[in-house]
Ligand binder design. Structure first.
Ligand code: FES
Length: 122
């Protein structure tokens, strides 16, 4: 028996696209980033925008280093951009640049060509 809820074939989730999935009344966004796959609740923690209508990009964040602002690019950590105010949420852990606002994430895995969703805490 598989450990997780089967939400579709790997091919059902095109690379770098957010796919809207409903599981037991909960609407989620599921998205691939190459060989990685992520899942998150379809509600922005800021004002509730449908995050499935946002889009993915690599994490580009500004960081103040000794009074100098530099842009950091972290290809390996994608983010989802909220469609309303463009806040970025890290797809690994749901974190944002603003303390107290965290997107709810879920663990998704690939097993035997299928995508499984795990509702337990990450
Ligand atoms: S509702 Fe998502 S950033 Fe404001």
């Amino acid at each position: 028996m598989k450990n997780g809820i089967d939400i579709g074939a790997w091919e059902d989730f095109p690379d770098k696209e957010i796919v809207r999935v409903e599981v037991g009344g909960t609407v989620l966004g599921v998205c691939r980033w190459g060989e990685l796959i992520y899942a998150f609740r379809n509600a922005c923690p800021h004002q509730g925008a449908p995050l499935c209508s946002g889009f993915m990009q690599q994490n580009v964040s500004a960081e103040m280093v000794a009074g100098d602002v530099s842009m950091l690019t972290r290809e390996e950590v994608p983010v989802v951009l909220c469609p309303w105010h463009r806040w970025e949420f890290n797809l690994e852990d749901g974190s944002a640049a603003w303390p107290g606002f965290k997107m709810r994430t879920y663990r998704a895995t690939r097993e035997s060509g299928r995508v499984l969703l795990h509702f337990g805490r990450k």
